[in-house]
Write a protein that binds this ligand. Structure first.
Ligand SMILES: Nc1ncnc2c1ncn2[C@@H]1O[C@H](COP(=O)(O)OP(=O)(O)OP(=O)(O)O)[C@@H](O)[C@H]1O
Ligand SMILES: [Cu+]
Ligand SMILES: [Mg+2]
Length: 732
């Protein structure tokens, strides 16, 4: 079920649960049904790969623990995922990786002498190591290091399926067992080296996979480490240090030079340069003055500033980014399902081939000659390269993206991005700089323009919408003191309403049905809009106070981006909530011929659905302020820009910088990654198709097979890592 997300601003409860105990899609569906039935639940989305449930509550009648209880009643575990958890799990993953790494070196230490002995044996035909030493070396590798393969094989077999672990456990056990038998019969030509090599090498493959996964979340853990721990709050003029966890919305904090901002907020005094490098990949620090949005964990490179906190804890941009990358770890790209499917049927076929080989040799050349080729087939056919082909490429691709401020929620979005044929753009903040300026103030008779501006600014204070920022700036520039409005509430894509000095005020779209204005107001609105300006009406108790017109500038890089997208025959559509004049003037300058003006957030999503039903694969690029439904509806939702209330959970890809060229980079990165995956799959399959016959015909002995298979895994990982060099030439 598609989650239709609504604005976080409306205090709608959205949260994620870590689900444990799911083993198949049936489990995920059962959980969705059970939770979906609970009243107060808007939507529930269970992702089997990342083992996460995304839940949106209509209101706050229902508490998380009620949902957790419902899930555990049907036999699954559930717990709320917090930023701390992600940090913890990341630390656990790091520790687990380190202990595996130590174990790998130990396994290599035991395996090397066996390999050396094998080479000496080939040369001088006598083994330097006494047999019991080979046995003593191979046994711990087989049963201690190999335990993970036995465990994997056991779970696969009791679920009546087979996987790579079955192959590894079987081939190494046969080689080991066979060597023990030979040893008992007094032979010296044993195969302890091949059983040890198989285990050690495949273990290496799994380690490389873990390493790649950790690398992609390196960028995020760098962020997490950078996060401030204490905040300098100002209470009644006194500065007091408190832990960041105790911050609440509305707190006033001072951010000193070379300190990270403790959380998301808005500058109320002072101006400085903030280094957003880790968030946006932007190397240059960005100027931030009163009214500007500050993102937590970005570093103050200039004078101290006073910031009012607008978001804390899980709501901050940083927390949302950590959730995103965390979700990326678990997701599976469709092409990976293909690889899993192949290795799924692959294993039974190989088992059959190995038995066939054994039978063939037993008949033609007797039992002793039958073991080797049969074991060789098992060893060489291990599809670990197949298992690595996709995840390593996706991990490296995601890591490259993360370093450029392009956060990909999961492999499937990199893949789907390559299939896009239509791109829907939002206007303000996406194609236009989103730094709007109030160009005209038109108060009605009896109202002064300063009253008009002050009233509007009071309602728009603390809002992150470009229109709100522009009105707030204008009030600041004119040195007005901004009054306190209360019960302010955003109506996504329409405007903002609230109460100022006891009067109900609305600031927003003039053509909302509820109110009809007198002809001379309509005329004035048309006059401004004809100039391509965005107009907002200010009403008090339903009666118009006046009009504010705002202008916006098109981003300089938008021209080349649109040009390049149409060059790769991408259909470009502009969908905006703004009036048709403003939309037309932007579209005409950017040569976009399809424009849908005055589209409400839900209308945007509907337009995307219509495009999809007519057979198009659609990407939506929005600034996320009220594009969440459209971002969720699109095949790939791309949130552009670092506005802190960007609805990351609605987006599949979040581009932290506001440059539209990053969209081109994301497209190119997805092309590169998919090409890399196809290459890897090709090599993995080729090596198997060549290796299996050679092994079956007795040309290869188990050691050579083990080494060859190791080579194939390492080839795939190295090939994936080469993505780093290849991506260096991505659109600058
Ligand atoms: N905070 C606000 N203050 C005043 N008016 C607003 C506000 N938010 C939205 N509006 C009104 O609603 C219209 C559409 O809102 P918004 O710009 O968020 O929609 P959109 O679809 O994102 O448009 P765009 O394509 O320009 O980004 C605006 O042109 C404006 O008239
Ligand atoms: Cu199940
Ligand atoms: Mg917008």
């Amino acid at each position: 079920m598609e989650a239709t997300r609504t604005k976080p601003e409306q205090q709608v409860q959205e949260f994620e649960l870590d689900i444990s105990g799911m083993s198949c899609a049936a489990c995920a569906l059962r959980i969705e049904k059970t939770v979906g039935k609970l009243e107060g639940v808007e939507t529930v989305h269970v992702n089997l790969a990342s083992e996460k449930a995304h839940i949106i509550l209509r209101d706050d009648t229902l508490r998380e623990d009620a949902i957790i209880a419902a899930i555990s009643k049907i036999g699954y575990g559930a717990k709320v995922v917090t930023k701390e958890d992600i940090r913890q799990t990341r630390k656990e993953k790091e520790r687990a990786y380190q202990s595996d790494l130590r174990e790998f070196w130990l396994s290599t230490l035991f395996t090397l002498p066996l390999l050396i002995q094998m080479f000496v044996m080939i040369k001088t035909n006598n083994s330097p190591l006494p047999t019991w030493v080979s046995f003593a070396l191979a046994t711990p590798v087989q049963f201690y290091v190999g335990r993970r393969f036995y465990k994997g094989a056991y779970y696969a077999l009791i679920n009546r399926s087979t996987n790579m672990d079955v192959l590894v456990a079987l081939s190494s056990t046969v080689a080991y067992g066979y060597s023990v038998i030979l040893w008992a019969q007094g032979h010296t030509e044993l195969y302890f080296d091949s059983s040890a090599t198989v285990i050690t090498v495949i273990f290496l493959g799994k380690l490389l996979e873990k390493r790649a996964k950790l690398a992609s979340s390196d960028a995020v853990s760098a962020l997490a480490n950078l996060e401030a721990t204490t905040a300098h709050t100002i209470i009644f003029g006194q500065e007091k240090d408190i832990p960041v966890a105790n911050l609440s919305i509305g707190d006033l904090v001072r951010v000193y030079r070379n300190e990270p901002a403790p959380s998301d907020g808005m500058v109320v005094a002072g101006s400085t340069m903030m280094d957003e490098q880790l968030l946006t990949g932007e190397s240059l620090p960005v100027l931030k003055g009163p009214g500007d949005v500050i993102v937590g964990a970005t570093i103050n490179k200039g004078n101290p500033i006073l910031v009012r906190i607008t978001r804390t804890g899980e709501e901050t941009l940083l927390a949302q980014i950590m959730h995103m990358v965390d979700a990326a770890q678990g997701s599976k790209a469709p092409i990976q399902r293909l690889a899993d499917a192949i290795s799924g049927i692959f294993v039974p076929i190989v088992l059959f081939l190995s038995v066939a080989t054994f039978t063939f040799w037993a008949i033609t050349r007797g039992l002793d000659a039958a073991f080797l080729p049969a074991v060789s087939v098992l060893v060489i056919a291990c599809p670990c390269a197949l298992g690595l082909a996709t995840p390593t490429a996706i991990m490296v691709g995601a890591e490259i993206g993360a370093k450029r401020g392009i956060l990909v929620k999961g492999g499937e979005f990199l893949e789907r991005l390559t299939q896009i044929d239509t791109i829907v753009f939002d206007k303000t903040g996406t194609l236009t700089a989103g730094e709007m300026v109030v160009s005209d103030v038109w108060p009605l008779r009896g109202i002064t323009s300063s009253t008009l501006i002050k009233t509007a600014a009071a309602i728009e204070a603390q809002r992150e919408h470009p229109i709100a920022q522009a009105i707030y700036q204008r009030a600041l520039e004119q040195g007005f003191t901004i009054e306190q409005a209360n019960h302010t509430e955003v109506i996504a894509g329409v405007g903002v309403r609230g109460v100022v000095r006891g009067k109900k005020i609305f600031v927003g779209q003039p053509d909302i049905q509820a109110i009809r204005f007198s002809p001379h107001i309509e005329k004035q609105i048309d006059f401004y809009e004809a100039q391509g300006k965005t107009t907002v009406i200010v009403t008090s108790e339903g009666l118009p106070m006046g009009i504010l017109a705002l202008t916006d500038t098109i981003k300089p890089d938008a021209f080349s981006t649109i040009q390049r997208l149409s060059d790769i025959s991408c259909r470009i559509v502009l969908v905006t909530g703004d009036n048709h004049h403003a939309a037309a003037s932007v579209a005409q300058k950017l040569q976009i011929d399809e424009v849908y003006p005055s589209s409400s957030p839900s209308k945007k999503a509907q337009i995307i659905h219509e495009l999809q039903t007519s057979g198009h694969i659609v990407a939506m690029i929005g600034d996320g302020i009220n594009d969440a439904p459209a971002l969720a509806a699109a095949d790939v939702g791309i949130a552009l820009g670092t506005a802190t209330d960007v609805a990351l959970e609605a987006a599949d890809i979040a581009i932290m910088s506001s440059e539209t060229t990053r969209v081109i980079q994301a497209l190119e990165l997805s092309e590169l990654t998919m090409r890399k995956i196809r290459q890897n799959l090709f090599w993995a399959l080729m090596y198997n198709l060549v290796g299996i016959p050679l092994a079956a015909l007795g040309f290869l002995n188990p050691m050579v097979c083990g080494a060859a298979m190791a080579l194939s895994s390492v080839t795939v990982v190295v090939n994936s890592l080469r993505l780093r060099q290849e991506s260096a030439k991505l659109a600058g």
